[in-house]
Structures are given as structure tokens and as C-alpha cells.
Design a binder for this molecule. Structure first.
Ligand code: PLP
Length: 484
């Protein structure tokens, strides 16, 4: 722990103080100036020692980011790291987009108000109206919060109330991820995240993309009132479903009076080349949710957007209006202004079109890499700038002699080439990619939507050079780095 004498302040000498003495607190400048080791020690001591273990395994613990601009992080040594992780789709505008910074700065300079509880907020009202303008059909009613989980909690609550069934059942998909707060955790298909918590009981699970299974579930159980699906499964490893499937989901829900909630927290906001991923399929859900890039990389903003009829059924009267009204930080001023400016930049700079075009180029280059290394790369897939790169199962590609060495490494990376590749891409090629909890052979690529073909070339050239070394060399190199 950092020990430092407190600066003396004559105005607050102990004899004049009315409250407790100031603890030994770090200042903002202290925080900025922490060296890598102290930063790591504080993380281990006060945040999450187990998580630090994994960061160390990957070599990520050696990086202290000093600045971030556009497509790049800049570390303590001035190294520029290309960001193809993009905060799992949270950085549509890259880091510190000048228009976003300027809007926030102006808001601060004008001393505008933040908390939107006592008075109506012009910023929250304008953001809600903009989200309705970006959303097809009558997806017009907006609940503002500060995370994807909060937006999805709001989504399942509004749908459950509007379903017209008491204690209705909610269907979700295998390999789904909808957040970690208790309600949506019950719809997140992960034994790891679900831990041993008591979950809400009214759920049932079907395979993703399987219309027959969903039809059978809904036909056989009249208590089912809500279906919750990511339009593209992110945590599952970038899994899409066919247009036939989505049109079938819409028709099925209409036929059985079931409400469809589309989770667009990761795949929405232009990521797949449309504002919402479901727009590729000519269908509109009853409720949807956005977060991540909605905060333009500078603020925590989540939104649930419901069809007017659905919202009014759930909360449309003075008696029901406050059941799920905004929380303390819902619609907070600077976050709303950030999101308003973000939506304007998204369209002014044609970033959705860019996502479709540059995403197609990325897929094309990755397909060429797959063709070059067919024994290493199993699949490349995705839409727009939401792309998955799947490696063959490690256990089938690694020579027998190396397996015991790999087995001494942590469980988290055992059998996963993506861990080794990600670690070496960062160490040797200054490129950051994301891993996938549910499928450890998949690297997720969700770069900012400002990405251009030059960035794609930088990433693909690095990947090509790394894979060109061959699996044995990659694994040996990684193991050596752990020993050293
Ligand atoms: C599809 C999906 N839904 C919900 C969430 C939860 O969002 P948050 O982490 O902001 O609570 C995530 C986060 O990764 C997500 O990918």
C-alpha cells in the first residue's frame, strides 16, 4: 500500500475540524502517476486477485495505459496498441473522439445539471426521442439506465408485465449472455456466472437459432410469455441465426401472443452494419436494449426501448408509472449529452456504412488467412465489425510432447490457442484482441467503427506473421514467457 504523509492544510488543523480526519487518500494526480507495479499491487489488494492472475498469464499486467486516442492505446513506454477488442463493442467512436469530448466539455463549462429526479431533464427527453428516431416501427418508449444489465432488467420486466400472463415463463437461448445482475443472470447460460446463486425460477432454455425447438417449447407451455434472445450471440462466440429463423420467431410470437425481447447490447448500435442487427432480417421485436457504445466510450449509458403498446400496457397509468421508473443515475445529464452527440456522430460520419464495408474487408482478409492456415483456423464468421475467429481445438493440433507442458498452465488457457495467440499478438505485434468465455477457441474482434482498411491490414498482417510461426513455436514461446 502506498504510504504518503498528508499535505498539511492550515485551515483544517485538527483542533478546528468538525468531522473525522481525512484518511490517507490518493489524489487524482497520485492515481495517474502510479507505476505499473503499484497499480498491480493495488488491483490485487483491493479489486480482484484472481482476475490479476489471468491478466498476468496473458502478459496484460505489464501495460499501463497513459493515453488512448482513436484506434490506439498508448502505454507507459509510448507503445501504440491497436485496439481490436474495443471493450466488447463499447467503443464505436474509438477512444476520446474529439466531438464527444467537446460536447462534454461544453456541458461542464456551462455548469449544467446532472441528476434528473426532481425536475424533468431536457437531455434525457432529447436522448429518448433520438433513440425512438433511430428505432424502426413503434419502438418508441425509452427507459434510461447506466449498464447493459440494467437495460436488460428493464426489458424483461416490461415484457413480463405486458405479456398479460401472471408469473409468466421466459425463454432464453443456450450460450446466452444477458448480464450478471440477478434477474438477467437467470437468463445467462453460464454455470460459471450463475455460480450457486438462487436464480429466478420462471425460465426455460432452448438451442439458439433452432426454430423447431422454440416452437415446441412455446406450443407445449402456455405459461411462456416472453422470449429473450441476443440477435448475434457475442459471449457465445459470434453466432448468428438465419433470416428464416428471425422471421419465424416474429411469426411464432405473434401467433402465441408472446413478447420478443432482442438483446442488442453488444450487437446493436451499428456494429453489424445496421443500427440494430435485427434490421438485417426485416423484423422488429417488441422490446430491445442498447448499452456499451451508446455511452460513446466516455459515459455509462444503457437503454431499454419498447413498443409503445407494450410499454403502456406495463406502466402506462399513473398507478403503474413508478413501478420501474428511472433509477438515481438514469438519464443523468452529461451521460445523456454524450449519448446524444454520439448518435449524431454515428450518422454524420456514416459509421454504420463504414462498419458494413470495413467489416466485409476484414472477413475477406481473415478468410484468406484461414485458407492459408487450414489446420489452425477452423472458422471465421460475423457481420460488420463483429467478427469471430475460431481456432481448431488445441487438443487435436498440438504434438503429444507439448501437452504435459501446457497442462501445467492454468485451466483457463488449457486447450485454447486463442489465449496464446492473444498474448503474443499483444507482446510481439502491439495488437489487442478479446477472448470468449464460453468458447475458448474463439477470438472476438470488435474494433471501433472508425476502423479503416489500413487498421485491418495492420491486424491481419500481425495475425498472419504470428500464425506463420506454427502452433508449436507459438505454444513453446508462450510457455517460455511463463517460465521467465
Ligand atoms: C448481449 C449482452 N447483454 C447484456 C450485457 C450486460 O451489459 P453490462 O456489462 O453493461 O451490464 C452484455 C455485456 O457484455 C452483453 O454482451
Amino acid at each position: 500500500m502506498l504510504d504518503r504523509p498528508m499535505a498539511a492544510n492550515p485551515d483544517l488543523a485538527p483542533t478546528h475540524r468538525r468531522g473525522p480526519a481525512k484518511p490517507n487518500l490518493l489524489t487524482v494526480e497520485d492515481a495517474k502517476a502510479l507505476d505499473v507495479k503499484t497499480m498491480a499491487d493495488l488491483f490485487k489488494d483491493y479489486i480482484n486477485p484472481g482476475q490479476f492472475h489471468f491478466m498476468k498469464l496473458l502478459g496484460f499486467h505489464k501495460v499501463k495505459v497513459e493515453r488512448a486516442e482513436g484506434m490506439y492505446y498508448i502505454d507507459q513506454n509510448g507503445r501504440k496498441i491497436l485496439d481490436f477488442f474495443g471493450g466488447f463493442g463499447s467503443l464505436a467512436f474509438g477512444h476520446n473522439h474529439p466531438r464527444i469530448i467537446e460536447a462534454r466539455q461544453r456541458f461542464q463549462d456551462e455548469r449544467r445539471h446532472e441528476i434528473a429526479i426532481a425536475f424533468l431533464s431536457q437531455y434525457a427527453s432529447a436522448l429518448a426521442r433520438n433513440l425512438a428516431a433511430c428505432s424502426p416501427g413503434d419502438l418508441d418508449m425509452v427507459f434510461l439506465g447506466s449498464s447493459g444489465s440494467e437495460a436488460m432488467e428493464a426489458a424483461i420486466k416490461v415484457a413480463e408485465r405486458a405479456s398479460g400472463r401472471k408469473n409468466c415463463k421466459i425463454v432464453h437461448a443456450e450460450n446466452s449472455f444477458h448480464g450478471k445482475t440477478k434477474g438477467v443472470l437467470s437468463l445467462t447460460d453460464s454455470p460459471l456466472y450463475q455460480g450457486e446463486f438462487k436464480l429466478v425460477g420462471n425460465t426455460c432454455k432452448v438451442p439458439f437459432g433452432d426454430l423447431e425447438a422454440l416452437t415446441n417449447a412455446i406450443r407445449s407451455d402456455p405459461e411462456i410469455g416472453v422470449v429473450v434472445l441476443e440477435t448475434v450471440q457475442g459471449g457465445g462466440g459470434i453466432i448468428t441465426a438465419s433470416t428464416d429463423y428471425w422471421q419465424g420467431v416474429r411469426a411464432l410470437c405473434d401467433k402465441h401472443n408472446v413478447l420478443w425481447v432482442a438483446d442488442e447490447v453488444q450487437c446493436g448500435y451499428g456494429r453489424t452494419g445496421r443500427f440494430y442487427a435485427f434490421e438485417h432480417h426485416g423484423v422488429v421485436p417488441d422490446v430491445t436494449a442498447l448499452a456499451k457504445s451508446l455511452g460513446a466510450g466516455k459515459a455509462a449509458v444503457g437503454a431499454m426501448i419498447a413498443r409503445r403498446e407494450v410499454y403502456m400496457k406495463a406502466y402506462g397509468t399513473p398507478k403503474t408509472a413508478m413501478i420501474h421508473a428511472q433509477a438515481t443515475f438514469g438519464g443523468i445529464g452529461e451521460a445523456c449529452v454524450t449519448a446524444i452527440e454520439g448518435l449524431n456522430v454515428l450518422y454524420d460520419d456514416d459509421l454504420i456504412g463504414n462498419s458494413a464495408e470495413v467489416g466485409a474487408y476484414l472477413l475477406e482478409r481473415l478468410q484468406a488467412i484461414q485458407a492459408k492456415y487450414p489446420s489452425i483456423v477452423k472458422d471465421v464468421r460475423g457481420q460488420g465489425l463483429m467478427v469471430g475467429l475460431e481456432f481448431h481445438d488445441f487438443s487435436r493440433t498440438l504434438p503429444m510432447a507439448l501437452r504435459p507442458m501446457v497442462a501445467i498452465l492454468d485451466d483457463k488457457l488449457k486447450g485454447s490457442l486463442s489465449g496464446f495467440v492473444g498474448a503474443l499478438l499483444l507482446r510481439d505485434h502491439d495488437v489487442l484482441v478479446a477472448f470468449t468465455e464460453y468458447n475458448r477457441n474463439v477470438i472476438r474482434l470488435e474494433p471501433p467503427l472508425i476502423c479503416d482498411e489500413g487498421h485491418v491490414d495492420q491486424f491481419c498482417d500481425a495475425l498472419d506473421a504470428l500464425l506463420g510461426r506454427g502452433i508449436v513455436s507459438i505454444v513453446k514461446d508462450f510457455i517460455r514467457s511463463q517460465m521467465g
